[in-house]
Ligand binder design. Structure first.
Ligand code: F6R
Length: 241
């Protein structure tokens, strides 16, 4: 694991953006796995800036997003589809037909997960961006005795509902179910790039990166991947050896 710590958010975001830019320069049709949440917003801003400066193009690239809530429409501001368009897709030259998002309104969510997984098999991920949940989740793979390999439906953990309630009027409005890439869908990516910020994540960063490998901390499984880069701010990294 390649772990790097940054003094400022700007440096962390720029470094992450440069990793994407370098990949797109060497492989313009790269397949990019993307994430939502607060953590990647600065990175997406930095990528939009690189695009505006003509330093990077997404014209031939493909994207897949990790997850989506079940039961909310893509035009709902709380949907991950809406988030991705607002933060990134609306501001770059990525063709709409190159975007792969899970459809939270699909009439058959199980079938939707299968469709998505098949697309992922056709277009293997060159890089997968991840954030880290306070409970150690990656995408919506929540701590459990057993984890699922492929894209699947999940019931969200109480801790995740509480963490995500900040984006909704009340916790009751947070959807209870989501679709998410599975552990194997993520681990098949050639490169995994995890970004983590803030003192509130320091303990879980320590467990995920240096603790035992356990399905109770899904991110600890990343220790088994040969090409993982973790970018941290000083607060998030303060408990590491
Ligand atoms: C988002 C996702 C989640 C987040 C995680 C951290 O697509 O899959 O696993 O990466 O919950 O969220 P933030 O960045 O908001 O702390």
């Amino acid at each position: 694991m390649n772990i790097k710590t940054f003094a400022t958010q700007q440096e962390l975001d720029n470094h992450a953006a440069q990793i994407f830019a370098n990949l797109l320069q060497s492989k313009p049709n790269a397949v990019l796995g993307l994430a939502t949440g607060s953590t990647p917003i600065g990175l997406y801003n930095a990528l939009v800036q690189l695009y505006k400066n003509n330093e990077v193009s997404f014209k031939q690239a493909y994207t897949f997003n990790l997850d989506e809530y079940i039961g909310i429409t893509p035009d709902n501001p709380q949907s991950y589809s809406y988030f991705m368009h607002e933060q990134l897709f609306n501001h770059i030259d990525l063709p709409a037909e190159h975007i792969h998002l899970l459809d939270g309104t699909a009439s058959d969510a199980k079938e939707e997960c299968q469709r998505f997984e098949e697309k992922l098999t056709e277009k293997p991920l060159d890089i997968q961006l991840l954030g880290l949940g306070h409970n150690g989740h990656i995408a919506f793979n929540e701590p459990a005795e057993a984890l699922s390999a492929k894209t699947h439906i999940v019931k969200l953990d109480e801790k995740t509902l509480q963490a995500n309630a900040r984006f909704f009027a009340s916790i009751d409005e947070v959807p209870k179910h989501a679709m998410t890439m599975g552990i194997a869908s993520i681990m098949k990516a050639k490169h995994i790039l995890m970004l983590v910020r803030g003192a509130d994540k320091a303990a879980i960063v320590k467990q995920a990166l240096q603790g035992p490998i356990t399905t109770q901390v899904p991110a600890s499984l990343l220790q088994l991947h040969a090409n993982v880069t973790v970018l941290l701010d000083e607060e998030a990294g303060r408990m590491l050896d």
